[in-house]
Design a protein around this ligand. Structure first.
Ligand code: AMP
Length: 427
């Protein structure tokens, strides 16, 4: 079949790499893509926000499956429009994508269905939000309801910080996303993520993966989209996986079905492992980026039938197999990220980097000009490797990083440190 992949990041390069390896695929297209994805797929100049144009392209090229990478088109209802046009699409409907698109929606769903999450209230004005914050005390967490590209959460250590966040959000600092605000209890514990494939009724767990959100070594500095990831993540023990499935994911899947918005696609649960067990921090309605990169390296099964099974509601009779190897990815970002950064600097040494054993260099934000690869985003490369252990995958990924000549880029040097430490000490 012909497949159209939507997106342009490291996640989509990894998906393109895996999809292209499937014997079921005749032609893979990607919009808008990047210079790395162009090695796996034919890049098409489609405006993903123009659903009619996407549908027309699918009809013209006889697309059998559309795979939607990022959350924005999902929340904009692209799967609904494609489905209505008779085109199969992987990802949740607009109603189901509210699990990421509206934090208030998800919190209410948790409350109604007794899904463990931080205590919270929703607000549409600053004054009552501040009254609530003062009554609760700090630390406390202030969240914009809508999609805010990773900038919508403030973990406030003081009341002043919480009130400033409330003013910023209601003052329009995050646009429409901040028109409603959720204020919630600060949860203490170790963070973990749990991803499943879902067909509306059945959920199957993906291999565990953990990302690093902070920009600097030692998990310091501002939050980013993710500076690296590794899999497996020892924090997700079999017992925790079972609890996350039974107490969080399956009740959500049942609730979505009951409200007439069955969830199909990847459901990504961000968890806090507290003294009382796992609690939901938030949902994402797509593969994590960069977690997807490490999962695709470890996935032994063909991805395409799995995506089709989600669309067709037949996941119950499905199974995913994984390589026992560990995988790790290091994100190389443009200097200045997650703040402002320059585009257009030259990246060299990519071929030499890709020759390191077990390494795949996924592009996250690049474009090609002639034979030259130029940086074209904040997160630019996702240098990924397999290894027998997380430690070996880490060593290989950094060996590849060290072959890349890009003076305008930087990366963290400690991706995977917790897992490597656990491997080293056996605890
Ligand atoms: P989010 O955008 O919801 O993933 O939040 C970004 C980060 O804020 C998370 O990775 C957590 O580190 C932190 N965070 C969010 N909600 C809470 C909470 N209720 N308690 C403690 N930390 C939180």
């Amino acid at each position: 079949m012909n497949i159209l992949l939507l997106g342009s990041g490291g996640r989509e390069h990894a998906l393109a790499w895996k999809i292209a390896s499937s014997p079921l695929v005749e032609q893979l297209y990607c919009a808008p893509g990047n210079a790395g994805i162009a090695q796996e797929a034919e890049i098409v100049a489609l405006d993903v926000a123009d659903h009619a144009a996407v549908i027309a392209f699918c009809r013209a090229q006889k697309i059998g499956l559309v795979v939607v990478g990022p959350e924005a088109p999902l929340c904009a209802g692209i799967v609904d429009d494609l489905t209505a046009a008779g085109i199969k699409a992987f990802g949740p409907s607009k109603a189901a994508a509210q699990l990421e698109g509206s934090k208030g929606f998800t919190k209410d769903l948790c409350r109604t269905n007794r899904i463990p999450t931080a205590a919270y209230e929703r607000f549409t004005a600053a004054a009552p939000a501040k009254v609530y914050v003062r009554a609760q005390g700090a630390p406390i967490v202030v969240k914009a309801d809508g999609l805010a590209a990773g900038k919508g959460v403030v973990v406030a250590q003081s009341l002043a910080e919480a009130e400033a966040a409330i003013d910023m959000m209601f003052g329009g600092g995050l646009g429409e996303a901040g028109a409603e605000v959720v204020v919630e209890e600060f949860l203490d514990g170790e963070e973990a993520t749990f991803m499943v494939l879902c067909d509306g009724e059945t959920a199957i767990a993906l291999a565990s993966a953990q990302d690093h959100k902070r920009v600097f070594d030692g998990d310091e500095g501002p939050n980013t989209g993710g500076m690296g990831a590794y899999s497996p993540a020892p924090v997700m023990t079999p017992e925790l996986t079972r609890r996350a499935m039974d107490e969080i994911v399956l009740p959500t899947v049942r609730a979505m079905k009951a409200m007439g918005a069955p969830y199909k696609g990847v459901l990504y649960a961000e968890l806090m492992i507290t003294a009382d067990g796992p609690k939901l921090i938030e949902y994402n309605v797509r593969f994590g980026d960069p977690e997807c990169q490490v999962l695709m390296l470890r996935l032994m099964s063909d991805l395409v039938p799995a995506l089709l099974a989600c669309c067709d509601g037949v996941l119950k009779s499905f199974d995913l197999r994984w390589f026992p190897d560990a995988a790790l990815t290091v994100v190389m970002a443009a200097k200045g990220y997650p703040g402002s950064y320059a585009k257009g600097s030259v990246i060299e040494g990519l071929d030499a980097a890709a020759k390191v054993e077990g390494v795949e260099v996924f592009h996250a934000g690049t474009r090609a000009e002639g034979g030259t690869i130029l940086a074209d985003g904040g997160r630019v490369l996702s240098v990924s490797a397999l290894g027998k252990t997380v430690g070996e995958a880490q060593a290989r990924a950094y060996a590849a990083v060290d072959r890349i000549r890009w003076p305008d880029g930087f990366c963290r040097r400690d991706i995977g440190w917790r897992a490597v430490e656990r491997e080293r000490t056996g605890r």
